[in-house]
Write a protein that binds this ligand. Structure first.
Ligand SMILES: [Cu+2]
Length: 307
């Protein structure tokens, strides 16, 4: 169950080993999406835990949000679950380290192998969240229906969060840039900007054991006044966006001043922590793309802050 290479890879770094199985499926809408089959973790102390119940059941857009920390390693196996299709489907990941046989592309691109799942023939990728890879990253298909490009645009994309080994992230809180302990962040909102639609997901750390909650399109996300919440905003598709959240400010990674709007292009992203309602109080604080054409197409939602 625990491959020897995986065990050896992480033994020296005293980090977690993740054994993850995902499936690419078709939804009734005709869109494609990844779903979680199984996620098990073995810690440096040898403790094994099964995180599978944390995830939503069935395929979701975006796909399952995978969370690791710097130093962790993962084996990610993809199953082909797209009925009525024998076309290969894959996972290409951003941000972490991997060998060429875990690139998630087809031989026509990588010159090595067709690194994709076929019906009844899963494919396994190996990722290393090496030091320096902390951040919020995309994973997406790079094969289905087009051996050069894949079908990320049909819904085959998801999020990989690599938390820093320190467990702390700088944030603008009460007017000062401070290091926030991620253990104090109770909710994380994953918001993808695809053409003129937001696709959302919440990681809720308040529910015992943690829970991933699909929020689907243009969602209302919510928090209690004063809670520290973390947003991960990502782009996919062809459009360029400007993500804006009313009445809140945050810092971009490495920045020393607050912003309230960030440019988001395909597969670019921002990740930030805010204190809900800081200085402004409760309310339905709007968030939206600030490209007028996208706003006019309904690309908006609310950040509901309650007492
Ligand atoms: Cu936009």
């Amino acid at each position: 169950m625990w491959p020897a290479a995986l065990l050896a890879a992480s033994a020296a770094s005293a980090a977690d080993q993740h054994l993850i199985t995902l499936k690419a499926s078709a939804m009734p809408s005709g869109q494609l999406a990844y779903e979680m089959v199984s996620h098990k973790v073995k810690s440096s102390t040898g403790k094994e835990s099964d995180l599978t119940d944390r995830y939503a059941s069935g395929p979701t857009i975006p796909g399952p949000t995978l969370v690791m920390k710097e130093g962790d390693v993962a084996e990610v196996t993809l199953q082909h679950g797209i009925a009525d299709s024998a076309l290969p489907v894959s996972i290409h990941v951003h941000g972490v380290h991997f060998k060429i046989d875990s690139d998630g592309t087809m031989k026509v691109l990588n010159g090595v192998a067709d690194e994709a799942a076929f019906p009844d023939k899963p494919y396994t990728y190996k990722w290393t969240a090496a030091p320096g890879t902390a951040g919020t990253w995309a994973y997406h298909d790079h094969a289905f229906g087009n051996p050069m490009l894949g079908a990320e645009d049909k819904g085959l994309f998801g999020t990989l969060i690599i938390n820093p080994a320190s467990g702390k992230v700088p944030a603008l809180i009460d007017g000062k840039i401070v290091d926030v302990d991620l253990a104090d962040v109770k909710r994380e909102f994953i918001i993808w900007m695809h053409e003129t639609t937001f696709w959302g997901q919440e990681l809720n750390h308040i529910i015992e054991g943690g829970k991933e909650i699909p929020l689907w399109t243009n969602p209302t996300v919510g928090a209690r006044l004063g809670e520290k919440v973390r947003f991960h905003v990502m782009g996919i598709g062809t459009a360029f966006h400007t993500f804006h959240l009313h009445a809140h400010r945050w810092i971009e990674p490495g920045a020393t001043a607050g912003v309230d709007t960030v440019n988001i292009g395909p597969i670019s992203r921002t990740s930030f922590i805010v204190k809900a309602g800081e200085g402004v109080g409760p309310g339905d604080w709007h968030y939206h793309c600030h490209v007028i054409q996208h706003m006019q197409s309904g690309m908006m939602g609310d950040f509901r802050v309650i007492e």
